[in-house]
Each structure stands twice: as C-alpha cells, then as structure tokens.
Design a protein around this ligand. Structure first.
Ligand code: CP
Ligand code: NVA
Length: 305
C-alpha cells in the first residue's frame, strides 16, 4: 500500500486517518507514550526543500518509537543519476517505508513500482496528499465536520489545488477554485474527480464567486518550487487573486483561512489576514505532525479500516 495521491484512499480510510490523528493528538497532549513503530525506520528522500514535511515526519517517527533517516539528493547517489528503480530496490532492503518529495509525479510512481516497502508522497509537482489530509483534519476540528461546507481555493491550480479537488470528490463537500486563465488545475484530475464524486467542483475566474459564503478559504504561493523562473510573469497574472480583508468580506464571517505555508506575505495573502482572527495556519501546520503519525501507523502496522 502506498499513499501517492488522495485518490489512493477511500472515504472510509480518510475518515479513519482523521479520527486516528485526533486520538493520537490527544494522547500526545496527555503525555501518554505510544510506540507501535519500535524497530522501524523511515527514509526521507527529498529533492526539494522542506521545513514542515520533513520535521513532522521525522518527529512523528520518533514519537511512535521508530527512527528516521533524511536522504538529501545532494548527498546521495540519486543526485549523481543513479536510476530511481535501483534506489527503490536497494532502500527497500534497509528501511520500512519512504517519504519522497520530488518534481514530476511519474518519478514517485516509478519509485513505487520498484519499492517493496510503502511509499508516501511528500509533495510532487502535481499532488500533496499528506498536506490536504492535515488540512481536512483542521477543518474537522474547527468546523465540526466537512459535510455541507463550501471550500474556496484562490490562486494557482497547483499540486495543492489538485489534491483538494480529489479530497472534495472523496468527501463530498463543495469546492470553488478561482484561478487566472492558464493556471487552472489539471484537467484530467478535475474530470475524474467530477465523475467519481457527487460534490460540486467549479473552476471560476472571479474571486468573489469562489469566496461567496465560503466556510473555508485556501490559498498557496503563486510560484511553486521548480517554477521560480516564472515568478515575474506570475506576479502579474495573479495580481487580482490575493486573499486580503477586502475580498474576505465575501466569505462567511467565521470562515477559516488556510495556507499550507511557506507564505509570501503581500503576494497571495496579506500579513494582516495571515495574522488575523480567521487564520488557522499554525494549527494547520501543527496538524501535519498528528496526521503523519496516523499515516505511518496505518501503513506500517498493517492496521486497516
Ligand atoms: N507545507 C509544506 O509542505 O511545507 P514544507 O515545504 O516546509 O514541507
Ligand atoms: N505549491 C507549493 C507547496 C509548498 C508546500 C509548492 O509546490 O512549492
């Protein structure tokens, strides 16, 4: 079993992971030790920078009694061109699970084909499933559930947007994405999500339309990792797609504002909003840790829903 995209999970499995993360979070807050992964090792292969994903996975592993090894592409043979399929087969002989952060999604798919241990997507150009699981955990905590909610996405139709689309399709909440022309989410992902689920998933140009009466407002950087050379062009294209208090008045009064971080204040979100009363970004970031624990325990102990 791998976790490469949100679509790899059924609705029952997502509900299970959310509930399990909540219970592990409570257990941790009470200082109750829980070491189901004693003797297990997680490998983390990262070809892009990371703060949250790396540290939350490493800490999660330690909390659960296991160990973690960080493998930067710069210091390993991956950076010198050792084939993915060879790396996957060798690391499978050492570690019990791997988290990979890379560029093209086909790279992690190839790795998973050759790996004999579970592979977790720590972000590719097209998907960021663990982040969106943590996000839904946060939504459930703040809103008491996800049923009947309107979720808005404003900005780039990037990896995060794609994973939110798959999540909306699985869980059945409505998702409105406001994206500038040329920066929409992947068409194939959108079409499959609409076909497989019952939720309303709309891609619109107008920020107000996406935000109107929204319970949850999401945004992300305008230039994702690997797209930095397009920054100037994107600053221009996304100018009207900033989350600020002027546009936030279209959303519900008690809407929650989410950002997976890192944020570029003054670009996709203002400092005022990210530091303001609707923002839940720090709880959202903390929840990475709790959901990673649920994911690792689930994949490594063989517990199934
Ligand atoms: N949100 C997120 O994945 O952050 P990092 O890039 O710091 O891991
Ligand atoms: N869309 C962003 C997310 C960072 C966590 C990126 O891919 O850079």
């Amino acid at each position: 079993m791998n976790l490469l995209t949100v679509s790899d999970l059924s609705r029952n499995e997502i509900d299970y992971l959310i509930e399990r993360a909540r219970s592990l979070k409570e257990r941790h807050s009470k200082g109750i030790p829980h070491h189901p992964l004693r003797g297990k090792t997680l490998g983390l292969i990262f070809e892009k920078p990371s703060t949250r994903t790396r540290v939350s996975f490493e800490t999660a592993m330690y909390h659960l009694g296991g160990d973690a090894i960080f493998i930067s592409h710069r210091d390993s043979q991956i950076g010198r061109g050792e084939p993915i399929k060879d790396t996957a087969r060798v690391l499978s002989r050492y570690v019990d699970c791997v988290v990979i952060r890379t560029f093209g999604h086909e790279i992690i798919e190839e790795y998973a084909r050759y790996s004999t241990v579970p592979v977790i997507n720590g972000l590719t150009d097209t998907h960021h499933p663990c982040q969106v699981l943590a996000d839904v955990l946060t939504v459930v905590e703040k809103k008491g559930g996800y049923r009947g909610l309107k979720v808005a996405w404003v900005g780039d139709g990037n990896n995060m947007a794609n994973s939110w689309i798959e999540m909306a399709s699985r869980l059945g909440f409505d998702l409105y994405l406001a994206c500038p022309e040329g920066y929409e989410p992947e068409r194939g992902i959108l079409e499959r999500a609409r076909k497989e689920g019952t939720s309303r998933i709309e891609v619109v140009r107008d920020v107000e339309e996406a935000l109107r009466d929204a319970d949850v407002v999401n945004t992300d950087v305008w230039a994702s990792m690997g797209r930095e050379d397009e920054r100037e062009k994107r600053l221009e294209a996304f100018r009207e797609y900033q989350i600020n208090y002027h546009v936030l008045r279209f959303a519900k009064e008690d809407t929650i504002v989410m950002h997976c971080l890192p944020a570029h204040r003054g670009e996709e979100i203002t400092d005022e909003v990210i530091e303001g009363r609707n923002s839940v970004v720090w709880d959202q970031a903390e929840n990475r840790l709790h959901i990673q624990k649920a994911i690792l325990e689930w994949l490594l102990t063989g517990e199934r829903v």
